[in-house]
Design a protein around this ligand. Structure first.
Ligand SMILES: Cc1cc2nc3c(=O)[nH]c(=O)nc-3n(C[C@H](O)[C@H](O)[C@H](O)COP(=O)(O)OP(=O)(O)OC[C@H]3O[C@@H](n4cnc5c(N)ncnc54)[C@H](O)[C@@H]3O)c2cc1C
Length: 426
């Protein structure tokens, strides 16, 4: 019997698990569908841009111990994100003060008093229905849908309360891009004897206690004694047999149901490099821009002077954008920018140097952005974190327990946690 430990996925969670297990002298084989490591971490190095740009994860959200610890080990610098957040309504610029608003304090106080959990949408309808809260509710809905990628009819109010209490810890960007961290982990894994197979999409997992066989789309097979599955929640939620999905034999329907009980949202990121930082005319320290345009949310690279604007398109704006053809997408971005900055579309066309749209729903082995907490997702996650017959283990950002939900830190922590579980077993 092959004693290898198999890992599906060379994203942050899979690589971290492999790094820990191979570091403990165990034989590890990673099987990855894509032709690269990183999953939802994707720093584009060329694509016409004059510097590395992030199509996936971009920020380190606070003083996160595993991420910052690995960056230090890898000797990769990180730099603070700065700049003010502005709100643009019909071309009029104003400061976005949601978190220092009196209404925000009232909202947080009410969330903290809730005797039991309920979906955020119901919470707002119940306690903040009066007209005087309309602007607050709009901003809160936009924040939960846009930032957390949450469906408000399912999103847990108590989980958002916990998360929003942690806001404002400072953000960082990784010098040269997040993929540098992934390449460090990949190299460490290889030097510890771990094998990594790319372009190997697993279709079927045949298993019994102590023995696993992975069958890939191209006929390759891999054998081992245990399996750690780190695919995204979007992939786990696919029906058995669906394209891009994993089939378990024997099937484990309770695990798929648990995955479906959890929340998973999606997002489109648009990267636009310009020949000049024309936005600085509106204020040199502009960081994040929230607006009512079709492409509503943008950010600069402040304080780094890169001439890049990034659009973040989620919720209704994403659904509308997805329906557009390629040309209309670019036009929609240009129209939104023209209104926000009060400039001419022809001027923007002349300034555009590089452009990339990344729709994470279209990634066949990711199927979305990241997880969010639903009412009751704690029970579902607890089941998925439970190994089956000491043979099937699950990890990934969605299975993390702690304050840094839906982040790279969550994925790394979950990978380390599952490795600890395996290492602790006789
Ligand atoms: C647009 C975007 C922006 C984000 N921004 C941030 C941010 O600023 N900061 C932050 O901390 N986090 C951010 N995140 C979240 C962060 O990227 C993820 O939480 C984290 O990278 C998830 O890592 P993972 O290993 O759990 O999953 P993944 O990265 O999804 O890795 C899973 C791997 O499994 C592989 N796989 C799937 N199916 C199969 C199969 N059948 N066979 C073999 N392999 C398979 C996939 O190809 C993938 O490589 C962002 C995510 C997105 C999409």
């Amino acid at each position: 019997m092959d004693k290898s430990l198999l890992v599906i996925g060379a994203g942050a969670a899979g690589l971290m698990a492999a790094y820990e297990l191979s570091g403990a002298g165990l034989p590890v084989t990673i099987v990855e569908a894509a032709d690269r490591p990183g999953g939802r971490i994707l720093t584009l190095q060329d694509n016409g841009f004059s510097f590395p740009v992030e199509a996936g994860a971009e920020f380190v959200h606070g003083s996160l111990p595993i991420t910052l610890g690995l960056l230090k080990l890898a000797d990769i610098a990180h730099r603070p994100v700065k700049g003010k957040m502005v709100r643009v309504r019909k071309g009029e610029w104003g400061r976005e003060d949601l978190f220092s608003d009196d209404g925000w304090s009232e909202l947080m106080a009410k969330m903290g008093e809730l005797p039991g959990d309920m979906p955020l949408g119901d919470f707002l309808d119940t306690y903040f229905a009066e007209d005087r809260y309309a602007l607050l509710c709009n901003a809160v809905r936009g924040f939960a849908e846009g930032y957390d990628l949450a469906d408000l009819s399912r999103a847990s109010t108590l989980a958002l309360y916990q998360e929003w209490q942690e806001e404002g810890q400072g953000e960082f960007r990784v010098e040269g891009g997040y993929s540098r961290l992934i390449h460090y982990l990949e190299q460490q894994c290889l030097s510890r004897g771990c094998k990594i197979h790319y372009r190997a999409p697993v279709q079927e997992v045949r298993w019994q206690k102590g023995a696993v066989e992975l069958r890939c789309a191209d006929g390759q097979t891999f054998f081992g004694s245990k399996l750690i599955t780190t695919v995204s929640l979007g992939v786990l939620q696919l029906a058995a047999g669906a394209s891009g999905g994993l089939r378990f034999a024997p099937d484990i329907p309770a695990y798929r149901e648990a995955a479906l009980a959890m929340g998973y949202g999606s997002v489109i990121k648009v990267l636009m490099e310009f020949k000049s930082s024309f936005w600085e005319k509106k204020g040199k320290d502009t960081g994040f821009i929230l607006s009512d345009e079709a492409v509503p949310t943008w950010w600069t690279q402040h304080p780094d002077g890169s001439r890049l604007l990034t659009a973040w398109i989620a919720a209704t704006a994403m659904r509308n954008f997805r329906a557009l053809d390629e040309q209309t997408r670019l036009k929609t971005c240009m129209d939104s920018l023209a209104t926000i900055f009060g400039v001419n579309v022809d001027f923007l066309k002349g300034e555009l140097a590089a452009y990339h749209v990344h729709d994470w729903m279209d990634e066949p082995y990711v199927r979305g952005g990241y997880s969010y907490e639903t009412v009751g997702s704690g029970t579902a996650r607890a089941l998925l974190r439970q190994p089956l017959e000491d043979t099937l283990f699950f990890a990934g950002e969605a299975l993390y327990e702690g304050p840094a939900l839906a982040t790279v830190e969550a994925a790394l922590d979950s990978g380390r946690d599952v490795a600890d579980k395996i290492n602790a077993r006789p």
